[in-house]
Each structure stands twice: as C-alpha cells, then as structure tokens.
Design a protein around this ligand. Structure first.
Ligand code: S3P
Length: 449
C-alpha cells in the first residue's frame, strides 16, 4: 500500500551480548516470484514460509486484481489458483505496489504480453524510481507505457496484443529487469533470449524451470545467455520459501559487533548469487561459520553462526561481487564502521536507485554518527574506528527505506551513544518481526516517543 501512516521513530542503545536463535522470515525475492508464477500457471500452487511483509502482500493483492485466486491460510501458508500464461484479466482499479520495485517491475513484465491495460503506482519512494529500464525492453515485445517525466510511476502499460519474442542484453546488473523480460517472454511465441554481462540473482530462472518452462542458461564471453521458449503450460507447484539471506544479514552483523555475542541464524539460502555479504564478512575477519550445510529445494542452505569479532579489518570488496550482495551494502557499511581501516566499495552505482539513494543515505547518517565516509558516483569508502570507538548519537533519516532504518538500528547496538532513526515504519516491508526478534536476542531497540 502507498505510504504507511505516521512515522515510527525508533532508538537503539548499546546492549549486552546477543545470544540465541534468529529465525528470520522467508526470502522476499522468492516470495514475490511464488505468487506471480503461481498466478501464471494452471492449477493450485501451495506456498509455505511466504514472507508476509507489506511488499509481498501488495503483490498478492495485485495478483488477485489480475484474476488469480490468492488465499492466506495463516502461518505463512498460502495458495494461488493460477489463470495460466496469457490468462490475466484486466484489473478494475490501479495496481498499488507500495514500496516494492521488485513487485512493480516483475508484475509489469508478467502482464506486458497480454492484451490488457494496467495502471501502476506506489509510495513516494517507488514513484521516484526509474521504470524505463523495464518498459524499454517491454516495448520490444509490443507493450506501450505512458508514465510521468523520467519514466516514473504512476504509469499505464498497454500489453501487446500480438507479442513477438525478443533478444535483450540487460544494460545494468538487475535481476528485476532480467525477470521482467523473462516473464513477458512467457506469453510471446518463440524464443526470448536475455543476456546479462554480470550474473544477478537467478531465482526466476530456477523457478521457471521448476514450473515446467523450457529454459536454458549458458555461459558465454558476453555473459549468461538465458533462452526461454514462450507459451509453455506452467504447472502448479509446492514451494517452500527459504529464509532470506538479506534479512539474516541484520542479526549476523549485529552479533559480529556486539561484545560476547553468539547467534545462530538457521536455514539461510546460500545461493551464490545472493551470498556475497557472508564471503565479504569472512574476509574481514568475522567469526562467521556455516553449519549443517545442505541442499533444500535445489538451493544450498546452511545455519549461520555469528560470534562477536573484535578484530575486524576493512577490505576492498571486489566490484564483481556487487550483484550478489547489492542489498547488503548498507549493513556492511555499519560493520565497516566497527572495523580497523578502510572498507572500499566500488562498482555500486545501482545503490543510488534503490528504495533510497543508499550511498547518500548511509554516508550522511554515518558521518552524523562520527564515521568518516567518502563517496563518488559509483563508489564509497568507510574508514572504521575499531571496536568500542563508534560515537553514535545521531538521529538518522530512513528515507522510506527499510534497509537504511535497520542498518542504523544495528549501528546503535554497539555505539557509545544511542542511535535513532526518524521512521522505522518501512521495516515492515521486508522484515516485520525485526524489532521483537532482535529484542529476543538481547538488543535494546524500541519505538521512541
Ligand atoms: C531483486 C533484485 C534487486 C534487489 C531487490 C530484489 C529481485 O534489485 O535489490 O531487493 O528480487 O529481483 P535490482 O534488480 O534492481 O538490482
């Protein structure tokens, strides 16, 4: 839903050891895709462990508007009665995707090759984000889009009545763009080919194969070449959504910086296209181990054990790792503040067009908390103060961005003076149980008055 009511100011104060088990919610990327692919197949898809964050709830509502029967059975169990590829109905009203770039871009792709129109909107954050990166390739299928200046929402898409398959080289490393093109390709006759120079999260490819689509992935000099044969009959699936590594990042990073901590974060997907943060933390000297490594639903999964790590060192994060940890740079910059030396993050231009300009939001807030940060168009450098030396004490703006709000609350868990955020409301988009979960581990995070 657009907006989320009154701001919820929050405060985080240095705490004793964080201990216990952090059961984080289901993966946001896989949750969106489960609902959308469930709506595009024939039969009833059943889902367990769906993330019931606002972003995903908005996608569930959108799928109903396009004609799918989506039922909440309680406790993260959902079902979707699909309408089949090309079976979407024209929605009666405006599709409000709230805060979710993934929701709106994937849904645009899924309706772009059906002969229907739909108007999309979102909150102030989403309505400021670029949509041409999706509507440009969708135009190649024959879909038309009219939005505000700069390709912003609100925007109306008129789906192609006679779609043609496309060959598209994704110009920015974006799983959302890749996925939008693949979902559009489902209802185009013939082969749609998507080429990405840098590998981004591959849940769409894996799940399309699971739903019975004919899809191949080959590595070439130009990158990953994904070929999808259009107009398949997708068959309903049972999906068990793994826990979200992007949410796991918060208790893991908190445990590393709070003295004496020892936290277990079970059942985290370690798909290599998502796990870059954990590799980076280990390179920085984090006491982070993978226990009980296993394969679940075709994905590598492990229980993460994070312990207080007093001797973290700043490192240069390899730019080619950026896509595999793109949502984790804000919380990495918090850990970098507690490390010795500089953490250099390059090749991260995409951070400027997320729910907020994440380089600017973190740099501004970290500086206000006494941390030195330099930044340029596609890079930033955090100079750590070392354990025990982070001043804190500032009120930080969360800019309608859940990951910015949670990152600053983690910063306050070990700083000399508490850290406040102006609005913790957006946390509900991806990690609705963040506050009680962190408190159950021993964190002192609360709503301030
Ligand atoms: C996502 C892709 C990424 C990521 C977002 C989720 C997805 O966005 O930041 O949180 O589920 O496909 P980009 O595709 O814009 O990099």
């Amino acid at each position: 839903m657009s907006g989320h009511g009154e701001p919820i100011p929050m405060i985080s104060t240095a705490c004793g050891p964080l201990t216990g088990t952090a059961e984080v919610p289901g993966d946001k990327s896989i949750s969106h895709r489960s609902l959308i692919l469930g709506a595009m197949c024939i039969g009833e898809t059943t889902i367990e462990g769906l993330l019931e964050g606002q972003d995903v709830l908005d996608t569930a509502r959108a799928m109903r508007a396009f004609g799918a029967r989506v039922t909440d059975h309680g406790g993260g169990r959902w079902s979707v009665q699909g309408v089949g590829v090309g079976g979407f109905a024209e929605p009666d009203g405006v599709i409000d995707c709230g805060n979710s770039g993934t929701g709106v871009r994937l849904i645009m792709g899924s309706m772009a090759t059906s002969p229907i129109s739909a108007t999309f909107t979102g909150d102030a954050s989403l309505n400021g984000r670029p949509m041409a990166r999706v509507t440009d390739p969708l135009a190649l299928f024959g879909c038309q889009a009219v939005g505000r200046k700069g390709g912003r929402l609100p925007m109306t898409l008129v789906g192609a009545a006679d779609p043609v398959p496309v060959r598209y080289v994704v110009p920015v490393p974006s799983a959302q763009v890749k996925s939008a093109v693949l979902l559009a390709g489902l209802n185009a006759p013939g082969k749609t080919v998507v080429i990405e120079a840098e590998a981004t999260r591959d849940h769409t490819e894996r799940m399309l194969a699971g739903f019975g689509a004919e899809i191949t992935v080959e590595d070439s000099d130009a990158g990953r070449v994904i070929t999808l044969t259009g107009q398949p009959e997708l068959t309903a699936q049972h999906i068990e959504v793994p826990r979200d590594p992007s949410s796991a990042a918060f208790p893991v990073c908190a445990a590393l910086i709070v003295p004496g901590s020892d936290v277990l974060v079970p059942g985290i997907g370690l798909n290599p296209t998502r796990a870059g943060l954990f590799t980076t933390l280990r390179e920085m000297g984090a006491d982070l181990t993978y226990e009980n490594e296993r394969i679940e639903g075709g994905e590598p999964v492990a229980d993460l054990r994070a312990r207080f790590s007093p001797d973290l060192k700043g490192i240069e994060v390899p730019p080619e790792r950026a896509a595999s940890m793109i949502d984790e740079y804000p919380v990495l910059s918090v850990v970098a503040s507690y490390a010795q030396g500089q953490t250099v993050m390059r090749g991260v231009k995409e951070l400027r067009v997320k729910e907020s300009d994440r380089i600017d939001a973190m740099a501004t807030g970290l500086r206000a908390n006494g941390i030195e940060v330099e930044d340029g168009p596609d890079w930033w450098v955090v100079t750590g103060k070392g354990h025990g030396n982070v001043p804190g004490g500032a009120l930080c703006a969360s800019h309608l961005d859940h990951r910015i709000a949670m990152s600053f609350l983690i910063l306050g868990m070990a700083s000399q003076t508490p850290v406040r955020v102006d609005d913790g409301g957006p946390i509900a988009t991806s990690f609705p149980i963040f506050e009680p979960l962190m408190r159950s581990l021993g964190a002192q995070v609360s709503r301030s008055v």
